[in-house]
Each structure stands twice: as C-alpha cells, then as structure tokens.
Design a protein around this ligand. Structure first.
Ligand code: ZN
Length: 82
C-alpha cells in the first residue's frame, strides 16, 4: 500500500467516523425532541389514567382537573432515561 492510498484510506475512515458521530448526535437530538414532545409537561390522571398536558406549577397548585373525570390527582408521566 502506497502512502497516498493510505492517506485516502485514513481520510475516508475519518469521514466515516465523523459521519457516525454526526449521525449519533442527530439520533440523540431527535430522541430528546421526541421525549420532550411526549413527556414534557404531561401528567397522568391517577383515577382514569388519561393523559393531560398542563403547566407543572398549576398541577401542583391543584388548578388542573382531569377533563375526563374531574379529578385533580395527577402524576407526572414517567420518562425513559436516554
Ligand atoms: Zn381522570
């Protein structure tokens, strides 16, 4: 293997690794956005298990009622660890 082809090999390997890093970052970003969309400010009614999106401060103050059963007993939706 000549020096030139070795350089090409390493530069393509570098590009490949770099792409891999970018790809992983992109996947991570998308996963985080999805988790945020699905779990951020989402609460679950303890009575009927319906999901409600609400402001955490309002939920703690008991101002948010379940729109299905009227209960104020809500818990935050568990989010998976990335
Ligand atoms: Zn409910």
């Amino acid at each position: 293997m000549s020096k030139g082809s070795l350089d090409t090999f390493f530069s393509s390997l570098y590009k490949l690794l770099n792409f891999d890093v970018e790809y992983k970052l992109m996947v991570k970003k998308i996963a985080q956005e999805t988790i945020k969309r699905l779990f951020d400010r989402v609460f679950v009614c303890r009575v009927c298990k319906h999901k409600i999106r609400a402001d955490p401060a309002k939920v703690r103050a008991g101002k948010v009622k379940c729109r299905y059963c009227g209960s104020t007993a809500l818990r935050p939706k568990k989010r998976p660890v990335v």
